[in-house]
Write a protein that binds this ligand. Structure first.
Ligand SMILES: [Ca+2]
Length: 422
């Protein structure tokens, strides 16, 4: 709580991965803006990549899933009121990844906690997200030849950019709408032996699986979306040499209670069903009914980077569409929920596209001045020179709109782009 200069507002700060620590860095940003701010370790101490705390502790899973940050919010409001003698005028949530999921959990379960929620790249379809990471791990270790060394990511990325960069009318190394890019890694298959500029048959298969995402082998049902063309340079998130602990943790500690469980044994039919059944909505936050939150005037600001290599961005589009359907159409939700897909952005930030903008300012304008975001100007900074001047600005557009070049002026200047349906 700021000792002086309080802006009469509270900001809850979300975590990442399996949490396990208070997120002081993001709290300091809120504090500098004059907010009273709160964050929780979600009831256990540990690293974001490690879910071992959950072994034999279902109560800690509930803390992590929904209880800890709700209780933190309630207590924070009481403390703020006691300290300043005045309740916060507005309360906001700001989180990405697990923090984005926590924001959606608040909107779904505790619609009275926050007036505005920033939910970036939400890990809200938790169990299936875990499955998607294991899918990538299995795809790249199916046989010794399936492994994609990092150099091959660059080969794939270059081919994707060559094939699809210009589809949006601007040759800038970024795909404005990767859904328009129908890229088959087969075109990179080596004619003869393996080489630095081509993929072996097994590597082609692995890449195809990463783009396709996990499917139930019995029913053909899509379990989780695949990663998008353009995301290749980040694929080591799950396609690494060993298991990815962040996703293996779920099955080791929450499903099979066996620290020695081998990710290569996951069954994409029965084990997925088992994980869903055991979770029973504790970690999954997929309820599309946000009526109560919206009726209270709550604003939900969703964003996701199209080049996210950790959480397939289509998952957020799917959740957005599910809310639109549950609320009876997009005109019913446009004053309450907006989604901004960020071309070229990686997991929660960074990447090739302009992705830097003031999330909190967007939400403040919306909640306090009733100015719903129609267009957000994002900046890109040259690598390693963050303090220097941005080298490109570009509007981010409310989904399903995209930024389109007007045809004149610099393509590095947002003023030469309009938001329009693709
Ligand atoms: Ca482009």
């Amino acid at each position: 709580m700021p000792a002086s200069g309080w802006n009469h507002k509270l900001m809850g700060i979300g975590n990442g991965g399996w949490s396990g620590e208070i997120w002081y860095l993001d709290m300091s940003d809120a504090l500098q803006r004059g907010y009273a701010t709160a964050s929780t370790d979600t009831g256990h101490e540990g690293s974001a990549g490690d879910g071992s705390f959950a072994l034999g502790h279902p109560e800690k899973v509930i803390d992590f899933g929904y209880r800890a940050f709700h209780e933190t919010t309630i207590k924070a409001k009481a403390m703020v009121s006691a300290y300043y003698g005045d309740a916060p005028k507005h309360s906001y949530w700001n989180g990405c990844s697990t923090g984005g999921k926590q924001g959606l959990t608040e909107a779904q379960r505790y619609p009275g906690d926050y007036d505005g929620i920033i939910a970036g790249a939400p890990a809200n379809c938790w169990t299936h997200l875990m499955v998607s990471g294991i899918w990538i791990g299995q795809a790249t270790h199916e046989n010794p030849g399936s492994y994609l060394p990092k150099e091959k990511y660059a080969v794939l990325h270059k081919a994707v950019v060559e094939a699809c960069d210009s589809l949006d009318g601007v040759k800038d190394g970024v795909l404005e709408n990767p859904k328009k890019c129908h890229f088959d890694p087969k075109i990179l298959q080596c004619k003869e032996a393996d080489g630095p500029d081509c993929l072996t048959t097994s590597q082609v298969d692995a890449a195809r699986k990463i783009y396709a995402g996990p499917k139930n082998p019995r029913t053909g049902e899509q379990i989780f979306p695949g990663l998008e063309p353009g995301s290749e340079n980040g694929w080591s998130f799950f396609a690494r040499g060993t298991e990815a602990p962040i996703v293996a943790s779920h099955f080791k500690y929450l499903v099979f209670h066996d620290p020695n469980w081998d990710y290569r044994t996951l069954n994409f039919d029965t084990d997925v069903a088992l994980a869903d059944k055991l979770d029973n909505g504790v970690l999954n936050a997929t309820n599309p009914n946000l009526k109560e939150f919206f009726t209270r005037g709550g604003k939900l600001f969703l964003y996701h980077g199209w080049n996210d290599p950790a959480i397939a961005p289509q998952n957020t589009v799917n959740y957005y569409n599910s809310v639109v359907a549950a609320m009876g159409g997009s005109t019913n939700v446009q004053n309450s929920m907006r989604l901004f897909m960020v071309p070229g952005m990686s997991h929660c930030g960074g990447g090739d596209g302009p992705s830097e903008f003031d999330h909190v300012d967007v939400l403040e304008q919306w909640v306090e001045k009733d100015k719903a975001p129609d267009r957000i100007v994002a900046s890109h900074f040259p690598p390693g020179t963050h303090a220097a001047k941005s080298d490109r600005t570009r509007p981010l557009c409310p989904y399903p709109q995209v930024a389109k070049y007007t045809g004149s002026g610099s393509t590095d200047d947002a003023s030469n782009f309009v938001c329009t349906r693709d």
